[in-house]
Design a protein around this ligand. Structure first.
Ligand code: HEC
Length: 253
């Protein structure tokens, strides 16, 4: 009787461990997912930074061919990526999942910049609507075309701030924004990772907050409702407000 009870409790303990403690392989996969999501986020930000640095050139009506090719933007973005992550992009093994997704994102950067050459190089027109926010959405769409069944990168925002309906938060993103990122005591810049579902599939999900900088406020700042240069009403936001969220989904096989 005694040994029976002992065996039962060992069994119960084993079941608990199996249910509640992730196996080493599971924790390793989650760690790898976090590295990949952070890396795709860093590269999205890096390429957006490059577009931003060239905004005055892009908007210059006096210059036709600006030489701002996909290849050039990618090369500059890789430098920014290395500076911000302190990771040499060449150290990411090309055959790995990280390497494949990183490569697909780089191809998407080149594709979007090259596809917009006619607009970027249009002489006689100042503001052409080619701005970092739009570039980021186009990049994420081009990336999804390559990897949609495996990975999605998206820039979304609190529902009340959404300009482009395509960027609306899904249920998971809306809950994370409401319950975590918008909380006054949420540590600035802290990301969220969770195993959850997306489109009915099990997925690793990652959300990194983005805050308005002074440079954002010519479009997203005050006075609320005034039409900005892009034709949208301004949100009336202030520097430091949560302006957006980079959301990365990595589907589990
Ligand atoms: C020149 C005006 C302009 C500036 C400056 C600007 N944005 Fe935007 N932003 C837009 C427009 C237009 C869109 C919609 C882009 C699209 O989907 O094509 C947008 C979209 C976004 C989105 C995606 C969600 C949505 O509303 O569709 C986020 C997040 C965002 N902006 C944050 C920022 C942040 C943060 C900055 C500063 C670093 C910034 N923006 C600077 C005009 C601007």
């Amino acid at each position: 009787m005694k040994s029976f009870r002992w065996r039962t409790s060992v069994l119960a303990f084993a079941v608990c461990v199996m249910v509640f403690v992730p196996t080493a392989a599971q924790s390793q996969e989650r760690e790898e997912d976090t590295v990949i999501a952070a890396s795709l986020t860093a590269m999205l930000r890096a390429s957006r930074t490059v577009v931003s640095r060239h905004q005055a050139l892009i908007n210059d009506p006096a210059i036709g061919d600006k030489g701002l090719t996909g290849k050039k933007v990618l090369a500059e973005a890789l430098v920014v990526y290395q500076e911000t992550t302190r990771t040499d992009p060449k150290s990411i093994a090309s055959g790995s999942r990280h390497g494949r997704l990183f490569r697909a994102q780089q191809e998407a950067i080149v594709e979007v910049i090259d596809a917009n050459q006619a607009s970027i190089n249009q002489a006689g027109v100042g503001f052409k609507g080619f701005i970092p926010s739009t570039f980021a959405r186009l990049l994420n769409e081009a990336f999804a075309k390559r990897t949609g069944s495996e990975a999605i990168v998206k820039v979304t925002a609190p529902e009340a701030l959404i300009r482009n309906r395509k960027s609306r938060p899904d249920d998971w993103e809306a809950a994370i924004i409401r319950d975590k990122l918008l909380r006054p005591d949420w540590p600035k810049g802290q990301m969220v990772t969770e195993l959850s579902a997306s489109q009915g599939r099990s997925a690793f999900r990652f959300a990194a907050p983005e805050y308005y900088a002074p440079s954002c406020l010519s479009c997203h700042g005050a006075p609320k409702g005034q039409i900005d240069i892009t034709g949208y009403p301004k949100e009336g936001a202030s520097e430091g407000d949560l302006g957006g969220v980079i959301s990365v989904t990595l589907f589990r096989r």
